[in-house]
Design a protein around this ligand. Sequence first.
Ligand SMILES: NC(=O)c1ccc[n+]([C@@H]2O[C@H](COP(=O)([O-])OP(=O)(O)OC[C@H]3O[C@@H](n4cnc5c(N)ncnc54)[C@H](OP(=O)(O)O)[C@@H]3O)[C@@H](O)[C@H]2O)c1
Length: 239
Amino acid sequence: MQDLTDKVVAITGATAGIGAASARALAAEGAKVVLGARREERLQELAEELGDRVAVVTMDVRDPEGAEELVATAVDRFGRLDALVANAGIGAYGGIMDLTDEQLRVMMDTNIAGTLWPIRAAVPRFRAAGGGDIVIVASVAGLRGAGDEAVYAATKFAQVGLAGGLDRELREQNIRVSTLCPGGVATEFAMGAGRTPDMPGLDDMLRAEDVAAAVVTVLRQPPTMRTLVWSMRSIQEAD
Ligand SMILES: NC(=O)c1ccc[n+]([C@@H]2O[C@H](COP(=O)([O-])OP(=O)(O)OC[C@H]3O[C@@H](n4cnc5c(N)ncnc54)[C@H](OP(=O)(O)O)[C@@H]3O)[C@@H](O)[C@H]2O)c1
């Protein structure tokens, strides 16, 4: 297993849920973390909690310039970038005609373009360094369709498809592309966005820390091994 001490990891969507838990878990492994999201106050709070091995960037993943700034900050502050965790995402649940055009547009832009821009910012750095890791936080919704979340699932299928293509494209350059596909996770995301009572309760879901542990596990694999798609569900959640 690889030691993550002093590895530099950029994380999108680091102000809450899986992203914040990943920042904590990676910092506990000795990594340096660069945290990106829109809510500046939350970024500052997490930076204070984690100490001087942290840099923060107030950015929107829908903006290619914000993604460039995230990566540039890693290099300026810590001299390198070893891994990107493309985690930022939003969900909106409802039938195909229930959500507004704007809700669908924001979700597609955040989950698809917002995954793509940080990857495009990171790949040149990884190529120059001789390798790197991209970990995409997708969803089990990206492995099969589901009623009342068809468009959310489509954005997650897009992430899985992007990862599959990038794996073929980047593997020979020692850039590993891994996709995590969790079921329900008890985060702010899970509590809003139109989820219905027949879905698992928060106590029955995965915890953000469980997925963060998977992020650490993927990054710790020997450089000769790559993780492709890892789907995971709480023991309580039916298939
Ligand atoms: N929770 C679940 O049940 C579940 C299950 C499977 C997969 N996932 C996936 O896991 C990922 C993380 O979700 P979570 O459950 O941890 O949700 P969360 O607690 O709501 O956190 C979402 C994070 O994404 C950031 N974000 C949203 N829009 C952004 C934007 N335009 N630019 C930059 N950052 C943005 C938020 O930060 P700001 O608001 O500060 O920008 C926040 O830090 C998502 O991709 C989600 O689809 C979640």
